[in-house]
Ligand binder design. Structure first.
Ligand SMILES: Cc1cc2nc3c(=O)[nH]c(=O)nc-3n(C[C@H](O)[C@H](O)[C@H](O)COP(=O)(O)OP(=O)(O)OC[C@H]3O[C@@H](n4cnc5c(N)ncnc54)[C@H](O)[C@@H]3O)c2cc1C
Ligand code: FES
Ligand code: FES
Length: 511
């Protein structure tokens, strides 16, 4: 039994423990020996952060504490990209991997052992970066508020791509909004990067030195005590994370922080006591096992998307319109599942493929079929001392017809009005198994049991799918809200069954 009391002393939290058991003694020792600061690089500057500052969003800290106002803030919720920065973090091989993220929903405590590059870090010897120069030459800016965000995304695109296409630019800039200029000029600026000398701006940073230091620092756990109740942990490995979870269950688990960051910024649920887990490589990998995928819970959507392109094209299609690059680079599959939104885009796929969730605690692991995981709106079968560590995802069978749908008001960077997943096994023209699940139509994603029952054993035909759509529409009771009325949602689900038939009869079967 752990008896843990927090005492306030000289603005530091001290812990006193009454422990039985070796594991708890070890944890007590670890807590006392944890590093009490965050270390990262901001452009060329090495930064150490202690105390309450670690709980600030990166964009706020840049602007208010560093007077680096090149990074703009408009929405504070990951929707506009004005705050885009490039973030390098250590991969499994202890090399820095760079991606764009929204700095308004990244907290400083997430940045330990990272390299942050802001728009101020792009210039070299007073010369503009080609992406900045291109925006000037192509008139890609008017009020200029969005411009640093676009520049960061374009600079990253130039760094990673050879032969930049208009399609690649549009895809890269999905998370950047501009109210004034019109996107044509910005896309044109992106295309002119093909004619400019490829400035590998990353080459201007001493990555080897950063990697060497981060490699050592990443072997330490971090504990930060901020103002008042503020408390943060970055465990060094999964075992330690589970011990902390058991000892201090009120710690909010933070992975990508894309859901929690918005909640914090909007004042709905300030992040006061948190444990960061997105750096835990033990639960951040995708493996192929027994013909299916095992996806670590902290795998981000960009990495899932890459694997899905070959292994699960239907999911790849959905993930291509999931938020935007800045969000997908940070957001994790585990966060999407535990956030438990009935319109979470990954869920219909996981439901109809029969994904199993692996939940771990210091007592061991257990598996739960995702179809039995959710018990009500934002309610699910996870104990206070558990973490979601892995998603076991069977791939569709050879004779499966498998499609996923997301309907939203805007194609990109929008919340779903309704989602649907259908997975039918068809042999000899007959449906032998039917799995269908819809989101945005109830308090949780819903298995469409009546439609499934009707479909099983039927011939695969337009009439049968139309009737299944009618049955599915009758078994859901959606709400009306700003994204659509209840009737509209019913029509959507009904019509998507017909769409499924027409699409699957004109495409190859999923292998
Ligand atoms: C601009 C924007 C656009 C978005 N677009 C989409 C979209 O198109 N489709 C969509 O489905 N979602 C979307 N989201 C929501 C969000 O990005 C996803 O839900 C994302 O997958 C959450 O992952 P995360 O790692 O950021 O979660 P976090 O914010 O870190 O955590 C979310 C919740 O999960 C818990 N948690 C996280 N990991 C674990 C774990 N391993 N074990 C136990 N608990 C855990 C946290 O405590 C928290 O309660 C969007 C968000 C933003 C800000
Ligand atoms: S300020 Fe809009 S995404 Fe960060
Ligand atoms: S130039 Fe004004 S918002 Fe883009």
């Amino acid at each position: 039994m752990v008896n843990l009391c927090h005492l306030q002393s000289h603005s530091h939290l001290l812990f006193c423990f009454t422990f039985t058991g070796l594991a708890q003694k070890l944890l007590a020792y670890q807590l006392l020996t944890m590093r009490e600061k965050i270390v990262f690089f901001l452009n060329h500057e090495r930064v150490e952060i202690h105390g309450a500052e670690a709980f600030m969003p990166l964009s706020t800290w840049l602007r208010e504490r560093k007077a680096m106002t090149g990074t703009k803030v408009v929405c504070s919720e990951g929707d506009c990209g004005a705050c885009t920065v490039i973030l390098g973090w250590l991969n499994r091989e202890k090399k820095l991997e760079y991606r764009i993220i929204d700095s308004c929903i990244q907290f400083l405590f997430q940045l330990d052992c990272c390299h942050v590059i802001t728009v101020e870090g792009l210039t070299r010897n007073g010369n503009l970066h080609p992406a900045q120069q291109a925006m000037v030459e192509c008139f890609g800016s008017q009020c200029g508020y969005c411009t640093p965000g676009f520049v960061m995304a374009l600079a990253h695109l130039q760094e990673e791509a050879q032969g930049i296409t208009a399609a690649a630019i549009r895809e890269k800039l999905t998370g950047n909004l501009c109210r004034c200029t019109g996107y044509e000029a910005i896309v044109k600026a992106g295309l002119t990067l093909n004619e400019k000398p490829a400035t590998r701006f990353l080459a201007g940073f001493d990555r080897k030195a950063m990697e060497a230091e981060f490699g050592l620092l990443s072997q330490q756990s971090v504990k930060i005590s901020g103002a008042g109740e503020q408390l943060f942990f970055k465990p060094q490995n999964l075992g330690e994370a589970l011990k902390l979870r058991q000892a201090i269950p009120q710690l909010k688990i933070i992975a990508g922080g894309t859901d929690l960051g918005v909640q914090h910024n909007k004042g709905r649920s300030p992040l006061v006591q948190a444990m960061f887990i997105a750096h835990l490589h033990e639960i951040g990998d995708i493996k192929e096992v027994n013909g299916g995928l095992e996806i670590g819970a902290v795998t981000n959507w960009t990495d899932v998307l890459r694997v899905a392109e070959k292994k699960l094209p239907a999911l790849h299609e959905i993930l291509s319109i999931f938020a935007a690059a800045q969000i997908r680079n940070a957001a994790t599959i585990g966060g999407n599942i535990i956030n438990a939104s009935p319109i979470a885009d990954s869920l219909p796929c996981l439901f109809v493929l029969g994904a199993r969730l692996v939940l771990a605690s210091t007592a061991g692991e257990r598996e739960v079929d995702i179809n039995h995981f959710y018990t009500g709106y934002k309610k699910f079968d996870m104990q206070r001392d558990e973490l979601l560590t892995k998603i076991i995802l069977p791939l569709p069978a050879q004779d499966s017809l498998f499609r996923l749908y997301k309907v939203s008001k805007r194609r990109y960077l929008d919340i779903s009005t309704a989602t649907l997943g259908i997975n039918l096994r068809v042999s000899g023209g007959k449906i032998s198994e039917a799995h269908a699940a819809a989101g945005g139509v109830a308090a949780t994603v819903l298995r469409l049991r009546s439609a499934e029952k009707f479909l099983t054993g039927q011939n695969f035909s337009a009439e049968v799918l139309t009737e299944a759509g009618r049955i599915a529409a009758a078994e859901i009771q959606p709400l009306s809200d700003v994204r659509g009325s209840a009737d509209y949602r019913k029509s959507l689900i009904r019509n998507l069954f017909s769409k499924f038939y027409s699409e699957t009869t004109t495409m190859e079967r999923v292998g």
